[in-house]
Write a protein that binds this ligand. Structure first.
Ligand SMILES: Cc1cc2nc3c(=O)[nH]c(=O)nc-3n(C[C@H](O)[C@H](O)[C@H](O)COP(=O)(O)OP(=O)(O)OC[C@H]3O[C@@H](n4cnc5c(N)ncnc54)[C@H](O)[C@@H]3O)c2cc1C
Length: 488
């Protein structure tokens, strides 16, 4: 008689329960693990799910992934795209190139979401963590000072798990968000999109083969983006009720909306589907011991390749704050700054991508011609394409409303080309001859770095944002006052 398999060892108590092992939950778990925070990561699925999802990783996300130790491996597995361009058939209207961006990763990395998730899982395991697969969060109830969650494991066995904090990284239909009663206001535009990942027959291919290209022709919108493995992704708005596209549909879209001239042939349709995008942002990213991150907190049109990236950066913002609070080095109120910093980023992103999707999908040919003329004129305005590249690369995200007067502003990103990232340590960057050191502090370790080009001493948070400028250059003095440099 064969023995029943051993039950997976789900603890009954943890500091942080993360529900959902998509890119957001995985990035959070890998970060917490590196910081030594006790946590449990569960996912209802048995493994990484196939399907056409995120295809691009932005420079700002790569900078964070460097901190948790998978940036280089992901870059090795991906393909470097140069950026975005807007075209009307063969004519380039506007091109946002990443080449000149102030980052160690001046490219849009084309890598499938599955590859990103696979490397995150591998990293999590390397640093001693795990994913409890086939564990579904059913609900939770308040249990001061945290929650008691109900989790159904393989075979339907239900268990209770007490957690000081519960983080919902469980996607657009988040159980955590619903059970917490957090509203998810927004819109569900009617527009249907057809998506196909295809292998094109050899030929001239697209002139924009290194760019994600939005073709804005009189016949309508067509997005064509190279993928990491020699494939191309095509996305186009289609009438309601349209079925997933086949090779003929894709060739017709290319012929009427894509590059003019040589007809492009589709050798193979690897995946095809239709989808509707929703545009929503959770009203609160924190409700007491419950936090939301990734698609559970915000969702929007995938045009622009921002969603997964934003989720992983939510994780980066939240991880060090959870660590600071749980280690007793910061008050619980620090977690309110997670909402204050990340919710406006999501709201702005949803507004931006929604507006762009509507402008790109204009149906009236005359309005489309005016749009294209305006875009071409905008591209000729100095600074516009660099600004757009930096925005899409997510390098402009800042947690401050202070105007840029050319002095370091707390809440803005510190370029890793200036202050080298050092894992998830805080970094004290002091003007002076380059040398390094690390000092223990209540908030982890404070890495000390001497940077000749700095005008003043900078204190950099573990997620790469500036905590304070003009701080003492004596590490002991900074450690003593670290609490006062936390965001409010
Ligand atoms: C066609 C398409 C193209 C896209 N392209 C891009 C792109 O190029 N760049 C980009 O940044 N984004 C892109 N996105 C968006 C991106 O896919 C999402 O933003 C991303 O998957 C969000 O990650 P997440 O971890 O927050 O949520 P998800 O990936 O949805 O993961 C949620 C996880 O939670 C688990 N779960 C759910 N409920 C429970 C429960 N009750 N208990 C336990 N586990 C649960 C699920 O099994 C899943 O593993 C694209 C999306 C689509 C559809």
């Amino acid at each position: 008689m064969s023995q029943a398999p051993a039950l997976p060892s789900l603890p009954c108590r943890t500091d942080v329960l993360i529900s959902g092992a998509g890119p957001t939950g995985l990035a959070l778990a890998a970060s917490l693990r590196r910081l030594g925070v006790d946590h449990v990561l569960i996912d209802r699925n048995a493994g990484i799910q196939p399907g056409s999802k995120a295809a691009a990783v932005q420079p700002r996300t790569l900078e964070y992934l460097d901190r948790i130790g998978i940036g280089a491996a992901l870059v090795e597995r991906g393909k470097k795209g140069r950026g975005f361009c807007l075209r009307d058939r063969d004519r380039i209207l506007l091109r946002a190139c990443y080449d000149r961006l102030d980052t160690p990763h001046p490219y849009m990395l084309l890598a499938s979401q599955q590859t990103t998730e696979e490397l995150l899982v591998r990293r999590l395991v390397e640093v001693g963590g795990t994913v409890h697969r086939e564990h579904r969060l059913m609900g939770f109830s308040p249990d001061f000072p945290g929650v008691t969650a109900t989790v159904a494991g393989p075979g339907g066995m239900v268990r209770a798990l007490s957690a000081r904090y519960l983080v919902g990284c469980d996607g657009i239909h988040s159980t955590v968000r619903t059970a917490a009663g957090i509203a998810f206001p927004g819109e569900s535009p009617e527009q249907l999109f057809a998506l196909a990942d295809v292998r094109l027959a050899p030929g001239r291919q697209s002139a924009a083969s290194e760019d994600a290209a939005f073709y804005l022709s009189e016949a309508g919108l067509l997005l064509m983006s190279p993928l990491s493995d020699g494939l191309h992704r095509l996305v186009a708005p289609v009438p309601p009720g349209t079925a997933a596209p086949d090779a003929g549909d894709v060739e017709r879209l290319l012929a009427t909306r894509g590059p003019a001239g040589e007809r492009q042939r589709v050798r193979e349709v690897v995946a095809a589907s239709t989808y509707r995008a929703q545009e929503r942002v959770a009203e609160r990213f924190r409700a007491g011991p419950v936090l939301l991150a990734g698609d559970a907190a915000h969702t929007h049109s995938p045009a622009g390749a921002q969603g997964m990236n934003t989720g992983m950066q939510d994780a980066g913002n939240l991880a060090w704050k959870l660590h600071a609070v749980l280690s007793g080095a910061a008050p619980g109120a620090l977690l309110d700054t997670y909402h204050r910093e990340r919710q406006p980023v999501a709201a702005q992103l949803v507004a931006f991508t929604g507006q762009f999707a509507r402008i790109a999908a204009l149906a009236d040919p005359a309005a489309g011609r005016r749009r294209n003329a305006l875009l071409a004129a905008a591209a000729a305005t100095p600074g516009i394409t660099d600004w757009l590249a930096s925005t899409l690369a997510q390098l402009d995200i800042a947690y401050t409303s202070e105007p840029d007067l050319g002095v370091p502003r707390p809440g803005t990103r510190v370029s890793p080309l200036v202050v080298r990232p050092n894992g998830l340590h805080w970094t004290l960057a002091v003007p002076g001859t380059p040398r390094h050191g690390t000092v223990a502090s209540g908030l982890g370790s404070l890495a000390v770095q001497y940077v000749p080009s700095l005008p003043t001493t900078l204190l950099v948070r573990p997620d790469g944002y500036l905590a304070a400028a003009g701080v003492p250059s004596d590490p002991a003095a900074v450690i003593e006052r670290l609490g006062q440099y936390l965001p409010q």
